[in-house]
Design a protein around this ligand. Structure first.
Ligand SMILES: O=c1ccn([C@@H]2O[C@H](COP(=O)(O)O)[C@@H](O)[C@H]2O)c(=O)[nH]1
Length: 265
């Protein structure tokens, strides 16, 4: 069983395509958790307890864990999510020359899937692609306002660069473990890409705090029912003003997003 088979089972089990983004920003974690040994882990544990019934996957972003306590928190978080049978996609956006990227690929020893950057070409992500049982989501058309600066540049053929990335990913998908990252803030690009690569599942960030198009995220993000629509801040900080009960609000936010997305499935 590969990552996308496991994800498909999980989606069916919880009737949800919601990816809960665990961007455990230490500056937004409730104050009463800050005196814990690993506040980000204490926070994530409560978030996972409150949201796992609605989560097709968890997506911690590595940026929020890149220090000594952060890596420990991340490892505990991944193990805890696995204890609840939820796959974990590490949003790390890695890639480098072969010798270096082989080290980055070790991140997949813990996580089930990862995001990678295609800018350095196939060899820079090959060690990830070679992990047949793991998912590899390649940045294609990102959700940020500057995403178009390079990704929408027209090549001589007339196609935008992001479409070339998608075409290459289709070729690189020899192990059936490749997906694309396509933001919900670009519904037209989502539609174009779905038509171009009908078999590749998408990770669609940008609904929630970034105001992306939830309907397009579902309509075009899923390939044969498989894909992920992510919200991070909109779920995990939904209870920011609720003190000790912050987790209940997160659980409700995850459920609300699940129900909203399910209208379009
Ligand atoms: O194109 C992209 C790629 C990745 N992200 C990441 O997803 C989450 C979104 O967080 P929200 O709080 O739901 O806005 C975050 O980790 C981003 O780094 C993205 O937004 N867009």
């Amino acid at each position: 069983m590969g990552f996308f088979d496991d994800l498909s089972d999980r989606i069916e089990k919880v009737d949800s395509v919601v990816s809960v983004g665990l961007d455990a920003d230490i500056d937004r974690i409730p104050e009463h958790l800050l005196d814990r040994g690993l506040p980000r882990w204490a926070f994530n544990r409560r978030i996972i307890d409150a949201t796992h019934e609605h989560a097709a996957a968890y997506k911690p972003n590595a940026a929020f864990y890149e220090d000594e306590d952060g890596w420990r928190s991340l490892r505990e978080t991944i193990a805890y999510a696995h204890g609840k049978d939820v796959p974990v996609l590490l949003d790390a956006k890695r890639a480098d020359i072969g010798n270096t990227t082989r080290q980055y690929a070790n991140l997949l020893d813990d996580a089930d899937a990862i995001t990678v950057n295609p800018y350095m070409g196939r060899d820079s992500i090959q060690p990830f692609l070679a992990r047949e049982d793991k998912g590899v989501f390649v940045l294609c058309r990102t959700s940020n306002p500057g995403g178009a600066d390079l990704q929408s540049l027209e090549l001589e053929s007339g196609e935008p660069l992001y479409e070339r990335v998608a075409a290459l990913c289709d070729l690189w998908n020899e192990n059936g473990n490749v997906g694309l990252v396509v933001g919900a803030t670009g519904p037209q690009e989502l539609e174009n890409l779905r038509e171009q690569v009908p078999d590749l599942p998408f990770l669609v960030p940008g609904v929630g705090a970034q105001g992306g198009d939830a309907e397009a995220a579902v309509e075009y993000g899923l390939a044969d029912g498989v894909g992920l629509v992510n919200s991070s801040r909109g779920i995990i900080f939904a209870g920011e003003d609720h003190g000790e009960d912050f987790d209940k609000a997160a659980g409700q936010a995850a459920k609300r997003l699940k129900n909203r997305l399910n209208q379009y499935r």
